[in-house]
Design a protein around this ligand. Structure first.
Ligand SMILES: [Zn+2]
Length: 681
């Protein structure tokens, strides 16, 4: 918060109006106006304004936009805990559901008054029509009047350049410097670079990472679809309208969300759920349905028609096995002015309900339901579809494939998917195919977000083979999306990441052979710099790396990663670990699982952190740089974007350098085209 406030203080004109007898330090402090200075919005995009400050009540506030006084829709007049203030002494005033259709820069002047005096804050926001933040006016004259009907956002979580390179090298290999083949995402014609920063840090987490693409605004780490505020309930924070909500309201489009993570996780939620706390799984899952506009009024909501991934734990009443529902991770009934301004029906306003049978409520709202790959393959084409294939995060490709191949990984005695209570899970491309079939029933079009979640999660855990298999799985989903785009037409696909994870790096390849590696004596775990670990000696760099060649099985994935000359991965943003270079038998047990299953996994020997891995007795110790962290961390590296479009050259908008929030304006501009008649409902 401090960095946000200092940014606002730096960038805003502060006018202090106070009686001469009042000491300056007694004036209200922490006075801010939301949205943050220099926020950008698409024409007509809804957002909430809030003026808050800290002092001695009663409080008063005023707000003007372009010199015109506005009326707050709610606020507190004192310094107690009314209006959901977390910290004693804060007061806040809200103007909910504002929008502006006049392109250009607009000025907010707000005042905040307590018993000691008044502080005035000025800030600006911009109504944007497709000019990117690097200053280039993007023209789509070539496609005058042409609209993109369907938008598919393929998000490889944590996927940087090296993740893509590793997947390509493993799947296709290289001969005398020439790649033997290219990934589906390599074959997209529009490629650019994206900065990934959040509102309060150069290094983002997945919540602002995704929501920058879906709101056009930066958010604070851990927050999605809202601006920061001092309020008790994070679901009450000032909202900003999502891409999905704008396109559902104005053009009647649907939303689909497909992920290999728990569906409550930040990336899927940052397309549809407004919360200042990404960890509130009960409320997040409830809001998916409650603000889906199941009755298709187009007054509000996302038009959610497909939701697939893990996370069944949030859909089961708290008393049932595998449930994680609780009042603590839910939200109280939304404030009346928020409900009114965002045109949310009273029945969708929420309220803590840990014993809700959310699964049944989805079915009652018209969603078909499947919980296995087998069920998914025979589901047909329902109008809406909920697929929950695990209790928490789904398993990674490597562990799903072991079960499908009916071949235990070396060093294991059971299949991870069985131990996770989710023996029959679909691959991401299978989920993507069905999602596209269902969404395509809406002739008005759709937004689909597909997330390869474990590219990030396994990078955090420094489990290279699981990362690379997962990236190949993600690329298969990209291929599925492209097949759809070519058939359906008028479809734009972008491939992005929210941030890079772990400083993932291809450092070389194994020398001396895999059998030699397996038989090396135990490494000395001391940190004596004069003793070179055996497993460092086998890292072949430069010429010694040569051209690794993997055998690809009939299912399209490597038969095994443990080959002679296997690619070795290092991590520039690493945590402490023992590295043995062999495929790790058991995945680190997932943090997003019901506690009952986590306990079972612990007793079965699944490690809780990378440093606890069972093969550590023959790995060598590598000291991480991420201070105080048990896992590798996100980095501030730019990430690549690749774009493809059928029926137009919309992909050309994504060339060059851009920031993450620019992508939102490009997507919306392409979706609404030049036809203003569809706007402004
Ligand atoms: Zn991450």
């Amino acid at each position: 918060m401090n960095s946000l406030i200092s940014r606002i203080l730096r960038s805003c004109l502060l006018v202090i109006v106070s009686s001469a007898t009042t000491a300056v330090f007694a004036l209200p402090t922490n006075v801010t106006v939301t949205p943050p200075d220099s926020a950008r919005f698409f024409v007509g995009q809804k957002f909430d304004l809030r003026v808050e400050g800290k002092g001695t009540g009663p409080f008063l506030a005023t707000i003007m936009i372009d010199g015109v006084p506005q009326t707050f829709t709610s606020g507190t007049q004192n310094s107690t805990f009314t209006d959901g203030i977390t910290s004693p002494g804060f007061g806040g005033f809200n103007l909910r559901g504002y929008s502006n259709s006049q392109p250009g820069v607009h000025t907010i002047v707000a005042t905040f008054t307590d018993a000691s005096g008044t502080v005035s804050v000025t800030s600006k926001f911009k109504i944007n029509l497709g000019v990117d933040s690097v200053g280039r006016e993007r023209s789509d004259d070539r496609d005058e009047g042409k609209k993109v009907r369907n938008i598919i956002i393929m998000l490889g979580d944590g996927m940087g350049v090296a993740h893509r390179t590793a997947a390509r090298l493993v799947k296709y290999g290289v001969t005398a410097g020439d790649p033997n083949g290219y990934l589906a995402m390599d074959q997209f014609p529009g490629t650019g670079m994206i900065t990934t920063h959040s509102l309060n840090s150069i290094i983002t987490d997945s919540a602002p990472g995704m929501s920058s693409y879906t709101t056009g605004s930066h958010a604070k780490n851990g927050q999605e679809g809202v601006y920061p505020a001092n309020m008790i309930d994070p679901f009450f924070y000032p909202r900003v309208e999502y891409l999905s909500e704008y396109l559902h309201r104005t053009l009647g489009k649907s939303l689909g969300l497909v992920t290999t993570a728990d569906v409550e996780d930040a990336t899927p939620a940052a397309n549809a759920v407004h919360t200042g706390d990404r960890n509130r799984g009960t409320g997040i899952s409830d809001q998916y349905l409650d603000e889906s506009d199941a009755a298709n009024t187009r007054n509000f909501g996302t038009g959610l028609a497909v939701l697939m991934g893990g996370g069944r734990r949030w859909f089961l009443p708290a008393v049932q096995f595998g449930s994680s529902r609780s009042a603590a991770s839910d939200y109280a009934a939304l404030p009346a002015d928020l409900v009114s301004a965002w045109r949310i029906p009273a029945t969708a306003a929420g309220g803590a309900d840990p014993n809700r049978d959310l699964l049944q409520d989805f079915k009652n709202a018209g969603f078909g339901y499947v919980d296995t790959a087998t069920g998914l393959s025979s589901v047909g084409t329902p109008d809406k579809l909920l697929g929950l294939f695990g209790y928490g995060n789904m398993n990674v490709a490597l562990d799903k494939l072991a079960k499908r191949r009916n071949t235990l990984l070396p060093g294991t005695t059971s299949f991870a998917v069985d131990d996770y209570h989710a023996p029959d899970q679909p691959m991401l491309d299978e989920m993507t195919d069905v999602a596209l079939r269902v969404l395509n029933k809406n002739q008005k079009g759709f937004v689909l977000m597909v997330e390869g979640a474990h590219i990030d999660k396994q990078s955090h855990l420094m489990d290279a083979d699981r990362v690379i298999d997962e990236t190949i799985e993600f690329d298969n989903a990209v291929a599925a999306a492209r097949r759809f785009a070519d058939k359906a037409g008028d479809t734009l696909i972008i491939i992005v990441s929210d941030h890079e994870c772990a400083g993932f790096s291809l450092i070389g390849a194994l020398t001396g052979g895999i059998d030699n590696l397996k038989n090396l004596p135990a490494d000395n775990a001391t940190l004596d710099p004069n003793v070179q670990p055996e497993r460092q000696k086998v890292v072949g760099v430069y010429d010694a790396a040569g051209f690794p060649k993997y055998t690809i099985a009939a299912d399209g994935y490597p038969q095994t990663f443990d080959i002679n000359g296997k690619i070795l991965i290092g991590y520039g943003a690493n945590a402490d670990r023992y590295e043995g270079w062999l495929t790790k038998p058991l995945p680190v047990r997932d943090s997003l699982l019901p506690s009952a299953i986590k306990t079972e996994l612990a007793t079965k020997g699944y490690p809780g952190q990378p440093i606890e891995r069972s093969e550590n007795q023959f790995g060598y110790y590598i000291r991480g740089q991420a201070a105080g962290k048990e896992q590798a961390v996100h980095t501030a590296s730019d990430i690549p974007i690749s774009a493809y479009s059928s029926g137009s050259r919309s992909y050309e908008h994504f060339f060059g350098m851009q920031q993450n929030t620019d992508v939102f304006f490009k997507l919306l501009k392409l979706a609404v085209g030049n036809d203003r008649e569809d706007r402004g409902r």
